[in-house]
Design a protein around this ligand. Structure first.
Ligand SMILES: NC(=O)c1ccc[n+]([C@@H]2O[C@H](COP(=O)([O-])OP(=O)(O)OC[C@H]3O[C@@H](n4cnc5c(N)ncnc54)[C@H](O)[C@@H]3O)[C@@H](O)[C@H]2O)c1
Length: 359
């Protein structure tokens, strides 16, 4: 029987809890804070497949020597606008945050900045780095590759990653554009969350090891994921591997390490592009035009079964406002996971309330 009980955490307490665990694992205070904020931001936005529940597994990767707690990054300037960052097998969150910072720095001077990355790891919710660029009023594109989970269109064996593409653009009064999408029908994290919580999954999300549709999350975990739109999702997954893996010098073509299975560094690749809108027009003009676009999207008559038309990123934006006020709801499985991690690393447990908070 699946428990519907939820336990609410104050986002800043959740972040502090993660900082303490990550520091125990050997991260510097600054890197622990940066990674904790990425994880909690995912939970706050409702992307709880990529939030704090992943932390115990990330900590295991450090204690097994598969991720470096204190990487030494190597930044190489390729041209004034383009750089390459060797992540030295640090956590993807820390590596990616630094790489987007470098892309934005170049865009501030030259209008556009691009940074490719190799020797990185899973970087969580791709929108994290779009939001980082939005804080500087930048348009951005985020690419990553990932471990093989999906066959190329027409194939039987897995070769492609469920590698999310994210893009963002600032608006003024309206919510910004934030598209963050895996090229599969759903992110694998949704299957992992269902398995953790003992829930079934809808048909069409995944296939079993023999290529048959399944609604059993545990069977799906050992099968493969279904691409969106057949050859189109498969084609996008290959593009992610080209821009993030082939171009950056990272692993590609099915060779990215699986963080759940492989006892070796993942060598994930990413690419970050930041674009300053005021190269083309003033930022005020750009964001006013963006507001018009959002309003025109909102103004479209809802189709049958819809009460309103939303802009990409808006569902998460709304949930973030609610969760910042009420706290992040965790399920029994996550509550247990946090208690176990606190005990294992000797840090104070995360305080959870059985009803929504008023923050
Ligand atoms: N790092 C990795 O290797 C990895 C791999 C896979 C997925 N992920 C992450 O998993 C998360 C979930 O991915 P997903 O593909 O399941 O996302 P999703 O299907 O939940 O959302 C995809 C996009 O659709 C938009 N959207 C959803 N409903 C909408 C609506 N009603 N109106 C307008 N726009 C709407 C969302 O804002 C989002 O931009 C992402 O954050 C992704 O980065 C990470």
């Amino acid at each position: 029987m699946v428990s519907a009980a939820r336990y609410y955490a104050d986002p800043s307490a959740a972040s502090q809890f993660a900082v303490e665990l990550l520091q125990k694992a050997g991260l510097s205070q600054a890197d622990a804070k940066s990674m904790a904020e990425c994880l909690v931001m995912a939970d706050v936005r409702g992307v709880d497949t990529h939030g704090l529940a992943r932390l115990p597994q990330y900590l295991d990767r450090v204690s097994n020597g598969r991720v470096k707690a204190q990487p030494e990054f190597k930044l190489t300037e390729k041209t004034p606008v383009v750089a390459h960052l060797d992540g030295d097998n640090g956590f993807g969150f820390v590596v990616a945050t630094r790489a987007m910072e470098e892309a934005v720095k170049r865009a501030e001077i030259y209008g556009i900045g691009m940074v490719t990355v190799n020797h990185s790891n899973h970087f969580g919710m791709a929108a994290t780095y779009v939001i980082q660029a939005l804080e500087k009023n930048m348009i951005s594109l985020v690419f990553t590759n990932s471990a093989k989970q999906m066959p190329p269109f027409g194939g039987k064996e897995t070769l492609l990653g469920i590698s999310p593409f994210a893009a963002g653009a600032p608006s003024h009064h309206e919510a910004p554009y934030i598209l963050d999408m895996a090229p599969s029908v759903v992110a694998k994290g949704k299957i992992r969350r269902a398995a953790r919580r003992g829930e079934s999954i809808p048909e069409g999300w995944a296939l079993d090891a023999d290529g048959n549709p399944t609604t059993d999350a545990n069977i799906a975990l050992n099968g493969s994921m279904a691409p969106i739109g057949g050859p189109k999702g498969s084609g996008i997954a290959i593009l992610m591997d080209i821009v993030s893996g082939v171009l950056s010098g990272a692993a590609f073509g099915g060779e990215v390490g699986d963080q759940y299975k492989d006892p070796r560094p993942q060598n994930v690749g990413h690419t970050f592009i930041a674009i300053k809108p005021d190269i083309f027009m003033s930022t005020d003009d750009f964001t006013a035009r963006m507001d018009t676009l959002v309003q025109r999207v909102h103004g479209v008559t809802p189709a049958l079964g819809f009460s309103e038309v939303l802009f990409p990123g808006e569902p998460e934006h709304r949930l973030a406002m609610q969760r910042r006020a009420e706290g992040i709801p965790y399920a029994d499985a996550e509550k247990q996971m946090f208690a176990d991690a606190a005990r294992q690393y000797g840090v104070p447990g995360l305080s959870l309330s059985e009803s929504p908070l008023s923050l």
